[in-house]
Design a protein around this ligand. Structure first.
Ligand SMILES: *Cc1c(COP(=O)(O)O)cnc(C)c1O
Length: 261
């Protein structure tokens, strides 16, 4: 079972993993500056890149501190944590001030819990899961925003469809009545393993998949513009390749206890 748990960067990592700043608000400011600088370097408008704060293993108090500093999008990896922290953020979600994305692997028996607490799912990786969620949404007379997760690095430990299967799954998802296809998500290879060019090539591959699906004009694909890619160690590379959502945890909260699961 893939865990989608990105490994912590080793000491001496080429892209500084250590958070700078001493409060969550200060670290957020540093991350926002990194995003703005990377967008500028790529000739992009910084407003095109949204920050998703990855809150796994963080207590509700830390999450609330981030929200007080202006965060409007968070991501959780485990259904259990998503459900546990839901009461703390429910008011903001109801007000439309906060979106909550599930960014970890989802098992079909936990669909109901995710639908009750998340506003979006970034890890859609099979037609069976897509149909099951869509059916549930149709029964509830609602839709769910979803991203198709693609395993661009081909590492066995990562979930997601293969790049070859991505467009087919996306087209099928886009045609389902309960789902709204918003784009694609990937966890990049580690810079330490694949080098910056290798990591960038993976991100470029995700962009090409998205562009192909958009160009297909298939029903329901017009809103599939998002590219969720880039984390603490590689957000600059992802933004250079077109990321519209970067998912950042360590640079904001500090290193997580290892192993995280
Ligand atoms: C933990 C996690 C992140 C954030 O990773 P950091 O390296 O801590 O910034 C992003 N995406 C997913 C899917 C994660 O599990």
């Amino acid at each position: 079972m893939p865990t989608d748990s990105p490994s912590p960067a080793p000491a001496g990592s080429p892209v500084s993993p250590a958070p700078s700043g001493s409060t969550i608000a200060e670290r957020l400011a540093v991350v926002r500056a990194r995003i703005a600088a990377a967008a500028g370097a790529a000739g992009r408008d910084p407003g095109e890149v949204r920050l998703l704060v990855a809150t796994k293993t963080q207590p509700a108090e830390a999450v609330l501190e981030a929200l007080a500093a202006g965060v409007d999008l968070i991501g959780e990896n485990r259904v259990q944590e998503l459900v546990a922290k839901a009461p703390a953020v429910a008011g903001r979600v109801a007000d439309g001030a906060l979106e909550v994305h599930m960014i970890g692997h989802l098992q079909r028996n936990k669909i109901n819990q995710v639908l009750a607490t998340a506003t979006g799912l970034e890890t859609l990786d099979s037609p069976e899961l897509a149909r099951a969620i869509s059916d549930r949404c149709v029964r509830d007379e609602r839709t769910l925003d979803v991203l198709v997760q693609v395993n661009v690095s081909g590492e066995e430990s990562k979930s997601g469809v293969t790049p070859e299967d991505a467009a087919g799954l996306a087209t099928a998802v886009a045609a389902l009545p309960g789902l709204r296809l918003r784009g694609f998500m990937t966890i990049g290879a580690r810079v330490e393993d694949s080098g910056e060019q290798g990591v960038r090539a993976g991100f470029a591959r995700l962009r090409a998949i998205r562009d192909g699906v958009l160009a297909s004009g298939a029903p329901g694909t017009a809103a599939a513009t998002e590219l969720s890619m880039g984390m603490t160690n590689d957000l600059e590379l992802a933004i250079a390749e077109g990321a519209t959502i970067v998912r950042v945890g360590t640079a904001i909260f500090g290193p997580r206890p290892t192993p995280p699961r």
